[in-house]
Design a protein around this ligand. Sequence first.
Ligand SMILES: Cc1cc2nc3c(=O)[nH]c(=O)nc-3n(C[C@H](O)[C@H](O)[C@H](O)COP(=O)(O)OP(=O)(O)OC[C@H]3O[C@@H](n4cnc5c(N)ncnc54)[C@H](O)[C@@H]3O)c2cc1C
Length: 389
Amino acid sequence: MPDRSFLAWPFFEEEHRELIREVRTLIERNADLREDCGGGDPDNRCGTFVRMFGNGLLKHAVPAPFGGNKQELDVRSICLIRESLAYQSGLADFAFAMQGLGSCPISLFGSDALKKKYLPKVVAGEMIAAFAISEPEAGSDLRSMQTTAHRDGDHLVINGTKTWISNADLADFYIVFCRYPEGGEKSYVALVVQDKTEGLSIHRFDVIAPHPIGTLEFKDCLVPVSAVVGKEGDGLKIALATLDVFRPTVGAAALGFARRALDEAVGWAKKRKAFGKTLSEFQITQAKVAEMALAIDASALLVYRAAWTHDVLKQPATREAAMAKLHATESAQHVIDEAVQILGGQGVLAGSVTEQLYREIRALRIYEGTSEIQKLIIANQLLKTAGEG
Ligand SMILES: Cc1cc2nc3c(=O)[nH]c(=O)nc-3n(C[C@H](O)[C@H](O)[C@H](O)COP(=O)(O)OP(=O)(O)OC[C@H]3O[C@@H](n4cnc5c(N)ncnc54)[C@H](O)[C@@H]3O)c2cc1C
């Protein structure tokens, strides 16, 4: 059972403690969430998780009155859910998170018609969402995206390639970021593209910790103008606002992985004997455990500070979100590595919890902005305001 003492921190309210009880009950009732050692077909398992969270946890992934339980997204709740699910299963966390990330542009900027069409089905677990911005030649450097959209009467015609798209070929719709051929900062547009739209083809590939991912090819793919999310020209703003909301939640998932790794390490250190003692009696092990716990608490403070800044102060939390993601993902990698070390050979046994965590954590330092990009964001924010007042 993960340490929940942090719920007494002033970032949280009674509704958050109640939410944790709800998640715990869900975990107790669903063996799929308790016994995940990474086997099975990821698409089937994601589908199972999305249905499992339908009209329950997914109410936290979109706003009211479109199926969600609050007028605005509560990032603390999303973080608590992600942390709790990641502690159990990387894929369960992924399935939950993608419903939020993939629908967030509609939640934040969509017309009422788009909200009514998509959000209640996302909450019910009847539609799977995806967020498509990265391209083969535009990852960190989003502004250099090449996928274009041009007007043709009441339609937009999309041409180009998106890659690294989570939920590729599983999603019912994709929020696709394109640019108008004229270029410039106001040439970006976000569009909802439904699965099986003519002109969209999808190729899958595998990554280190299996989850649905692939490349989307658009060849004269026609979507109605009504599929534009927010204002034409605001595409980049929409993408960055979505990432500001979801970056702390990536940190929360990393936190869940790290807490699990610490628990696995402590459990093992207390029972494994060497040189006539348990590992936990050696000071080198104690130092490792202390550093792991310190890294986890520091991450939790940063993650929930970012979430609280968004929810309670209602201020732009760009710097806080970048710090939370950067620290939580980087330190979780280290915590998990130390856990593997404490478990020795058992730590790298294929299918073991630590081996799975070791693979699961890696991509979190890359997606939704690499660690290097988070540093640039933090420095940029700092240098912009340094010396003022
Ligand atoms: C598992 C996984 C899931 C993903 N899911 C999605 C998804 O659902 N939707 C989506 O749109 N994208 C997704 N992505 C893509 C992800 O967001 C990109 O991989 C990420 O933004 C990095 O882009 P890149 O891979 O092109 O690397 P690059 O941008 O080419 O970067 C390569 C390296 O160069 C470094 N670098 C780049 N610029 C600088 C700089 N200015 N200074 C210093 N270093 C720099 C980077 O930090 C990195 O270390 C996913 C990626 C992965 C791995």
